[in-house]
Design a binder for this molecule. Structure first.
Ligand code: GLY
Length: 400
């Protein structure tokens, strides 16, 4: 038992208890929270699962029914969300469901079902898996990432039809769970085919990654890599790289496919050699390294979980463990949010991305707005990483 980690968990637990009161059934906003303090009224985004999921993670470690009760207050919302009714979505300002259903419902409904056996949560999880499976494109064998938004240009709408993204690697575990739960192989087949496409196309020769990869929606032929949240189409967005390290490692957990293990290891190798001298992850590994370059602590906590997942499969590899420990120490020593009430987040210095690019003043202002934030997913994976380091958990969302 390491006291540094134990103390960090205790501090985060205190914030979780206090945030239960403060949020009172609400959810932190996905974008634009100040460093250290969350803005509320964030319902209806890709991030909906992280706060209730965090309550469940804390419950799994502490076995306190109060936390379970607090989580269960979100179940009517999760049911409404998974129903994805266009009128409700419009009335409430919810984004329609896309590939992000894994983030939203795996960390909540599936985990809740695994922890408690709730049939209602099982149904939510299966409904979400069905909607993810419905995005699988037979031509090209990939899961379509995003839906069209009103603000999209006609070109972007066309591009989106054939777009797969790296973050989806964290959503496909939902399909592996559904396959196990129902005994139906269709979930697994599509998940594996999609992951294979990403391993082939989204990971470059040197282990770096594209944020997204476009296929021709009519023929399914590969077209090329593109970035939306990174610095350029040829660059490597660090959170995407972290999703890849972790997502491919999880794919290996569920399939035993060595190709996925190697993809994760190659992405990690690139990651290790690309960090800033102090050990931070820049928002994008190819962005100019000047005084404005923002870092992304969420990428660091996600990658730490991925490394600890890899360590599960190579328990003699002390270097892996030490690398995760170094990153978590850096987060705790240099990027921790202040104590409550000055801060109710765990981490500072997250970056939604893009942080800056050439463009109009309006675009640059908006981009600035995307840097230096507390991000609920950075907090979620920090908590998970430290639970893993402390072996505090009995069961993680990924264990089924
Ligand atoms: N999944 C969206 C993001 O990582 O920003």
């Amino acid at each position: 038992m390491d006291t540094v980690y134990e103390n960090a968990l205790r501090d985060m637990d205190m914030k979780i208890y206090r945030n239960c009161l403060l949020y009172n059934g609400d959810i932190p906003f996905a974008v634009g929270s100040l460093d250290g303090t969350y803005t509320l009224s964030g319902k209806g985004q890709w991030t909906d699962g992280f706060w209730p999921g965090l309550q469940l993670l804390a419950y799994a470690g502490l076995q306190d029914d109060l936390l379970l009760g607090e989580y269960e207050r979100y179940m009517p919302f999760l049911i409404e969300r998974v129903n994805n009714d266009p009128t409700v979505n419009k009335d409430r300002g919810y984004l329609s469901l896309d590939h992000d259903v894994g983030f939203i419902f795996h960390l909540t409904a599936v985990y809740h079902y695994v922890l408690t056996g709730s049939q209602s949560s099982r149904e939510i999880g299966l409904k979400a898996a069905e909607s993810l499976l419905g995005r699988f494109q037979e031509k090209g064998s990939y899961i379509r990432a995003w839906n069209n938004w009103e603000s999209d240009t006609p070109e972007f709408r066309q591009e989106k039809k054939g777009k797969a993204i790296i973050d989806s690697l964290m959503n496909v575990p939902l399909l592996f769970w559904a396959a196990k739960e129902t005994g139906e192989s269709r979930y697994r087949k599509s998940a594996e085919a999609h992951i294979r496409q990403l391993a082939t196309n989204i990971v470059r020769e040197d282990g770096s990654t594209y944020h997204s990869y476009n296929f021709n929606p009519d023929t399914g032929n590969p077209v090329g890599g593109r970035s939306v949240q990174g610095y350029s189409h040829a660059s490597t967005w660090s959170r995407g790289q972290a999703w890849a390290i972790y997502g491919f490692a999880l794919a290996y957990r569920y399939t035993g496919n060595e190709e996925f293990l190697q993809a994760s290891q190659r992405c990690l190798n690139y990651w290790k050699h690309s960090l800033l001298p102090e050990g931070d992850a820049p928002w994008d590994f190819a962005a100019p390294r000047n005084k404005w370059l923002p870092i992304d602590t969420s990428a660091m906590s996600i990658a730490s979980c991925g490394i600890l997942e890899l360590y599960l499969h190579a328990p003699d590899d002390r270097e892996l463990h030490e690398l995760a420990e170094r990153m978590i120490s850096r987060l705790l020593e240099a990027h921790r949010a202040p104590a409550f009430p000055a801060g109710n987040a765990f981490l500072l210095h997250g970056c939604v991305g893009p942080a800056y690019r050439e463009g109009s003043k309006e675009e640059k202002d908006r981009n600035y707005f995307y840097a230096n934030q507390s991000l609920i997913y950075g907090d979620y994976f920090l908590y998970e990483a430290i639970m893993r380091l402390q072996s505090r958990n009995t069961l993680l969302p990924w264990d089924f």
